[in-house]
Design a protein around this ligand. Structure first.
Ligand code: DOR
Length: 449
């Protein structure tokens, strides 16, 4: 099967070029194909941009156990419509994915239900290091150094040292210092003011935990990814990093700050909490200068009913997977960044951080997981249009310029704005090659060491 994506603005690793991309049996074979090449299908991409599918390396899809909030069917459709062709899912399900068997069970569920590609992290506990050392073909190990939704937590130094010393897979962590958060929560006991969430999960909690985790990584020379950096104060800990430390930021930490609580309330209650306008600006700058390499959503839905409980009973987390690419394309339209940078942050960098084989770039030999985007298309985000099961968005009412119009996996169209979903399509488990050394060692791309 040969498909020609004709006349596209091709978002290549370092520039955008008008041309035609040829796909054969699911793989990109040419990014400079002639018009007269014999093919089975031609897709006219005139005026549109063709970019690699987004790889969201931090999502909570709630299956098994919490499927009243989200599940793999709803979430993967939301991914496809958002231009996300692969996701890496977190272990705080019910039961949590803390054994090899638990991870393999989630993969089997995804094989049945997901229309995009997938991988599942294994979660660390104080005493499952033997499983963590044995598991293979997962993106990596997730540690909750501070607790969040669920009961996963490893904050004892001895247990953390053991995990960093005795495992070889890349590690990522939720970095908020548990004892700081608990002490702050004591001080604000009895509050129902949502703004206190950012005083309880404060800057200090984030800095202490990120410092602790990056020190562990450096001392053990262990590949480590700081999830959802939320403060400018953490950035010096990430600047000039050891080759094996990478970091990520989420759209809510780029676009929301404490001034938005009166308007949005618990819709923007997240862990780590959202911080100040100065933090928004610092995090943007860190993306632009390469201190932070990855954008991921931390898509973590709860129902609006759950969210409507008074703080602190309202749970932390928000859905974002179907809007993250549009949020960034809107910034391209505003001149804040380039589409090449967006492709680096959302497609290429996550593939390199997690050693995902054959994904993240428009290059011969790579899989044809693609998203066609219209940089001029304007659409307003609305709760009632959301495909994610909880059916709301903190960006409700916001008009964005730049939206996906079609999403392809292995060259097959799984969703288009015009025709909807190919409901029969099923994604595949991603393949991971951790021997390549991660972000800093894989060739090319912005920020290469
Ligand atoms: O606010 C959050 N909610 N942050 C996380 O890291 C986890 C998440 C959840 O699973 O609800």
């Amino acid at each position: 099967m040969r498909t020609l994506f004709q006349n596209a603005n091709l978002v290549l690793p370092t520039d955008v070029r008008v041309g035609s991309l040829l796909v054969e049996d699911g793989r990109i074979v040419d990014v400079d194909a002639g018009k007269n090449v014999a093919v089975d299908e031609t897709i006219d991409c005139t005026r549109l941009h063709l970019m690699p599918g987004v790889i969201d390396d931090q999502v909570h899809f709630r299956e098994p156990g919490l499927t009243h909030k989200e599940d793999l069917h709803f979430a993967s459709r939301a991914c496809a419509a958002g231009g996300v062709t692969a996701f890496l899912e977190m272990p705080n399900t019910k039961p949590p994915a803390i054994t090899i068997e638990g991870v393999r069970a989630k993969e089997q569920l995804a094989a049945k239900k997901s229309i995009v590609n997938y991988g599942f992290y294994i979660g660390a506990t104080p005493d499952n290091v033997a499983e963590l050392a044995k598991v293979d073909q997962v993106p990596g190990i997730k540690i909750f150094i501070g607790s969040s939704t669920g009961n996963l937590l490893v904050d004892q130094q001895q247990a953390l040292e053991k995990i960093f010393a005795e495992t070889s897979l890349p590690i990522c962590a939720h970095c908020e210092d548990e004892s700081t958060v608990r002490a702050n929560a004591q001080r604000f006991q009895g509050t129902h003011d949502i703004a206190d969430h950012s005083r309880i999960r404060d800057e200090r909690a984030a800095v202490i935990a990120t410092k602790r985790a990056t020190e562990l990584a450096r001392r053990h020379r262990h590949r480590f990814h700081v999830l959802h950096v939320s403060t400018a104060a953490e950035l010096p800990l990430l600047a000039n990093p050891a080759p094996y430390v990478t970091a990520e930021v989420c759209p809510h930490h780029l676009f929301f700050n404490v001034d938005d609580y009166p308007r949005l309330g618990s819709r923007i209650q997240m862990n780590p909490s959202i911080k100040t306008a100065a933090d928004n600006a610092g995090l943007w700058q860190a993306l632009l200068d390469g201190t932070i390499q990855v954008i991921a959503t931390d898509h973590a839905p709860h129902t609006l009913n759950e969210k409507s409980q008074p703080y602190p009973d309202s749970p932390s987390g928000l859905p974002a997977v179907e809007n993250s690419l549009a949020l960034m394309l809107d910034r391209v339209a505003a001149g804040q960044c380039s589409i090449t940078q967006v492709a680096s942050w959302m497609c290429d960098a996550p593939a390199r951080v997690w050693g995902i084989v054959g994904k993240g770039r428009l290059e011969p030999g790579y899989d044809a997981d693609l998203v066609l985007v219209d940089l001029d298309r304007q659409k307003t985000v609305r709760d009632e249009d959301q495909l994610t099961k909880s059916r709301w968005s903190p960006w409700h009412g916001v008009t964005l310029c730049g939206w996906p119009v079609a999403t392809f996996l292995g060259g097959s169209r799984v969703w288009s704005a015009e025709d909807g979903f190919d409901e029969s399509f099923r994604g595949r488990k991603l393949r991971f090659d951790h021997s390549r050394g991660g972000y800093w060692q894989t060739p090319g791309g912005i920020g290469t060491a």
